[in-house]
Design a protein around this ligand. Structure first.
Ligand code: HEC
Ligand code: HEC
Length: 213
């Protein structure tokens, strides 16, 4: 009898655990409250539903591949990606906490309205994202990030619905070398070859797309 109850308890306790072993309840608590070792509540900047903050350039996390998000937190921990705000927060998270919190955000759905409505700029960004910029040796963004910017697997993050200020900031980070975390330097080369006004256009385009999730 006691054994059966124990098994029943085990069964139901596992309901919030994903295939990767992440506990979504613990992930949610971390997102809403942070931990006691210096990780500030993620929702302060990324919002509880992971929609981020367009004006401040805090990235959307909702619907983005969990393994990609986890890699970013490890990259912040090890200095392959530098940011004065995120590095101390990432360092205050254990491996298990990282697994749990990224699974929580990856499972969220959220919508935000893009702040830039400049249709001429967005149309120019669309041409660039879909066709590339061959006189600068830049392939189309969608060849890696997916035809609708929805992301491909754990290596190529979703860009649809990501905030323009944040996208531009990342391109600048690759140019200046404060982000040096993509193994083949694919993004570094693209960012370095891309004129600033084209970066602004492509950022406005991806921000104008509805997030896939
Ligand atoms: C005080 C604001 C703030 C808080 C709190 C915060 N973040 Fe961030 N986060 C940022 C900023 C700013 C960036 C972008 C940094 C950059 O430009 O590289 C970021 C980037 C990230 C990224 C990279 C996203 C991507 O698409 O590459 C992840 C993952 C992330 N944060 C997770 C978290 C988690 C998990 C928590 C809570 C434990 C958290 N953040 C708390 C501000 C914050
Ligand atoms: C050859 C493949 C490839 C192409 C083409 C490509 N990217 Fe990427 N991109 C990547 C990879 C890989 C990453 C993830 C790097 C990492 O692990 O941090 C990435 C990441 C990004 C990120 C960071 C997203 C985040 O959540 O932090 C942005 C922004 C980005 N790419 C924009 C673009 C734009 C704009 C274009 C077109 C001009 C483009 N990419 C073309 C491979 C590519």
């Amino acid at each position: 009898m006691t054994k059966q109850i124990a098994i029943a308890g085990l069964c139901c306790g596992l309901l919030t655990v994903t295939a990767s072993g992440a506990d979504l309840d613990i992930g949610k608590t971390l997102a809403l409250k942070g931990n006691t070792r210096g990780a500030t509540a993620c929702q302060t900047c990324h919002a509880a539903d992971g929609s981020g903050n367009a004006a401040a350039g805090f990235p959307r996390l909702s619907g983005i591949n969990a393994e990609y998000l986890a890699k970013q937190l490890y990259d912040f921990q090890h200095g392959r990606r530098t940011d004065p705000v995120m590095q101390p927060i990432a360092k205050a998270l254990s491996d298990t906490e990282i697994t749990d919190v990224v699974a929580y955000f990856a499972a969220q759905t959220s919508v935000t309205a893009p702040i830039n409505k400049d249709t001429v700029l967005i149309a120019r960004g669309a041409r660039l994202a879909l066709n590339g910029l061959w006189d600068h040796d830049i392939p189309s963004c969608v060849s890696c990030h997916g035809p609708a910017g929805q992301g491909v697997g754990r290596h190529f993050p979703a860009l649809a619905g990501q905030h323009a200020v944040y996208i531009t900031k990342q391109m600048e980070a690759w140019r200046s070398g404060t982000r040096r975390n993509d193994p083949l330097d694919l993004m570094k080369g693209i960012a370095q070859r891309m004129p600033a006004d084209d970066i602004a256009a492509v950022s406005a385009y991806f921000a104008s797309l509805a997030p896939v999730k």
